[in-house]
Design a protein around this ligand. Structure first.
Ligand code: GTQ
Length: 388
């Protein structure tokens, strides 16, 4: 910590000492639904982000049996969506997994189908297991399998189900529900007919936009989200392997690529972006931090990530979160296989509001010392001195 900044008062920050007169004054302000800024200034304008979210790892091996139990415990029709949410211990009040992002594991039994609805929150899916998953998004039927990524942009009608006759589907939902609620902008509607009438062509957006060719008429697409709604695993993984041959990648993320809106090259939706990244065998990235929250899902391989000084070992299916401004670095622990991390984030919100900031970890050759303490504070640099 920078010693000058230990004392908020020296920098012109609030340090008024309580007196009986002031205490009485604060009470009187409170009675008028008012308050004195100097009693909260250092809390509401911190030196740097102070997320309530903590780093968390959710192990698929541990959650899967619990998710499967919900199949027998609740009927999909009664539950609406049969989902086990991942809840950050610091964000229970808003059902967030990290920051303003929600995520959960949804299970659909063989032959099940959910009714159609739409809402202000945007949604995305990443399939963990099961081959029978389908979803209808604004009348377009998509089939998705393990490793596939699909989007349900805000305001689009959607319903989904599992057309396999033997095994359940478990997919991960990612939504910006806490963001929408933080902005008091939530709406929700059930489809008047409970179901849409899907067009006959399955995965029509993939047929139209899925080959890096911009089709005739694409310029007419003016909605703020990607017209390509599904991104299958196989071509994504092949693209990452190609990238790994052709480029070095990022020192912080390995070989990483964003799923994009093919018309604009921007993020798939206005509030949430998503990436797939590949860590080469044994690769250990350098630590950095940035504004914006991220939820990761291990798509392939095994490794470890150090987040805010805590080390989390992960394997396929595991999910973990990186709160805003937390130092993080990733390590592929396998000497011969690559490891792949799917992730989604609120970066489009940060960028569109001008809130994006990023910096490299300056010490110890770019790697954090591992403290093992859940709330460990990283060593502060001059730019990031803590509040006193
Ligand atoms: O499928 O639209 O996990 O509305 C939570 C809320 C999924 C969905 C969730 C939702 C959905």
């Amino acid at each position: 910590m920078n010693s000058a900044q230990q004392d908020d008062g020296m920098l012109g920050r609030a340090r008024v000492t309580d007196t009986p007169e002031l205490t009485a004054y604060y009470a009187e302000l409170g009675a008028h639904d008012a308050g004195a800024l100097w009693t909260v200034a250092n809390d509401i304008e911190p030196w740097y982000p102070q997320p309530a979210s903590v780093p968390v790892l959710w192990r698929y091996r541990e959650l899967r049996p619990l998710v499967r139990r919900a199949l027998d415990l609740v009927r999909a029709d009664d539950a609406g969506r049969r989902v086990v949410m991942l809840v950050n211990p610091g964000r229970k009040d808003v059902s967030a997994a990290v920051g303003l992002l929600y995520t959960g594991l949804q299970i659909m039994g063989p032959g099940e189908a959910m009714t159609a609805h739409r809402h202000q929150a945007a949604a995305l899916r990443f399939v963990h297991e099961g081959t029978g998953a389908w979803t209808v998004v604004d009348g377009q039927k998509l089939r998705v399998g393990p490793g596939d990524f699909a989007i349900t942009p805000n305001g689009t009608w959607h319903e989904h189900g599992n057309e396999a006759d033997d095994e359940p589907v478990i997919w991960q939902d990612g939504l910006d529900i806490p963001l929408v609620n933080a902005l008091d902008a939530g709406f929700y509607e059930v489809h008047p007919d409970l179901h849409q009438t899907p067009g006959k062509v399955i995965n029509s957006s993939v047929l139209t936009y899925g080959a890096n060719l911009l089709p005739h008429g694409a310029e007419k697409w003016t909605r703020p989200y990607s017209p390509l709604l599904a991104f299958p695993w196989d071509p994504t993984y092949e693209a990452l392997r190609g990238l790994a041959r052709a480029t070095e990648g990022s020192p912080y993320d390995g070989v990483i690529a964003e799923y994009t809106n093919p018309v604009t090259g921007g993020s798939v939706m206005p509030t949430m972006g998503a990436h797939m990244q590949l860590l080469r065998p044994d690769q250990a990235t350098s630590a950095h931090r940035h504004t914006g929250s991220v939820i990761y899902t291990v798509a392939k391989g095994r490794g470890a990530s150090v987040i805010a000084g805590r080390r989390f070992e992960w394997t396929k299916g595991d999910m973990f979160c990186v709160p805003s401004w937390a130092w993080h670095e990733h390590h592929n622990l396998d000497a011969s296989e690559d490891a792949c991390l799917f992730s989604f984030n609120d970066f489009p919100v940060m960028r569109s509001l001008g809130f994006h900031r990023e910096e490299a970890y300056p010490d110890h050759g770019g790697h954090q010392p591992v403290t093992g303490t859940p709330t460990a504070t990283p060593p502060a640099t001059a730019a990031t001195a803590a509040t006193a």
